[in-house]
Write a protein that binds this ligand. Sequence first.
Ligand code: GDP
Length: 440
Amino acid sequence: MFENLNERLERSFQLLKGHGKITEINIAETLKDVRRALLDADVNFKIAKSFTATVKEKALGQNVLTSLKPNQLMVKIVHDELAELMGGEHVDINIKGNPAVILIAGLQGSGKTTFSGKLANLLKTKRSKNPLLVAGDVYRPAAIDQLHVLGEQIGVPVYSDKDNKNPVKIAEAAIKEAKAKGHDLVIVDTAGRLAVDEEMMKEIEAVKKAINPSEILFVVDSMTGQDAVNTAKEFNDRLDFDGVVLTKLDGDTRGGAALSIRSVVDKPIKFVGTGEKMEALDVFHPARMADRILGMGDIVSLVERAQEQFDADEARNLQKKIAKNQFNFNDFLSQISQIKKMGNLKDLASMIPGVGKALKNIDIDDDAFKGIEAIIYSMTPLERENPTLLNGSRRKRIAAGSGSNIQDVNRLIKQFDETRKLMKMMSKGGKMSRMMGNLP
Ligand code: GDP
């Protein structure tokens, strides 16, 4: 995500290294580079121009007031301006009303159906909502089936009616059903087309009028760059939506859509999609996104994801086990499964400051744990509980059972033993207790 932009901006800041203070002359080259970097990221040229003008003004203005070095000052100003460009503050969605109704709009393939599932999942698990998903695509039966599959995965019911070809009637009937069955939230997925067309707009306008949603979210594929911005404008002119969802930010999107949409349509980005899985949805925070663009990582989001996935009771339990040196392979497995739930590994690693760049050309796939899990699953329950039982012949059996070789098994057990020792040492010193003691 944004790797190219990040690199380009960094290079432009380097130009200021060695200068004592910012002057109109020495800043000129940096600003030109920043502008080029933005244009290459597919940011609209007017936005890029006014962005650099503001940065220049701020840099020259703040120059005397700060003890920062010119390159550091530029990083700070560019960071703040990027956040500002993306809307400044985070804006929440409106889920008031009983039921609250959320209408999802966008072109076909933008990720509407996937997002509808992700949003239902998020509001169900994090905000204790009881959602009903509505399949409003009357043209593609496959889209209806897709929503049913997602609904099943996340345990959210889906309303559909394949015999009804009128999306307004479907949406109305769904809301009636939601009221009857006590759902406090309805998410209406709609039909998209490959390009904006009058019929589609009329249809979704009619749905909006009929169901009066508390929130209309426009979903757009961030890989489409400037096109994304233009489509957003067309939809906004007709629908006056409340927020934008940028999908596929996990791909090698250049970032232009994320940076331009807010200033073109004056509507906040509220969510970003970062993968195909139901958990791959981030609430959008402009400042955190600016951190990521500048390669500063995003520790806040990383910690939040960890807090969401890690069960406090389980962590407390684990802490006790570590102190008693009872940490075993079952605990190890459960830790791996919790980490996997946090999302794509490369994406997670890139939230650690500095790590994203280091990993740029390295492939970390989601199957990184597969080998380890296979070995542990080939142990008997007794062996998992008591790793000291693992003698030579048992190790040989485990290697054969897991399709790995004996060296892999030895290595894993050795690492496990070392980790266990280290954990015990830390927990004795009180460090671990302090680290884990702040659990809610
Ligand atoms: P719709 O036609 O707008 O409903 O789009 P879909 O929800 O069917 O999504 C189109 C394709 O994009 C599917 O293959 C999805 O799995 C994929 N997709 C959706 N959101 C994301 C995302 O955030 N990241 C990635 N990598 N793929 C996504």
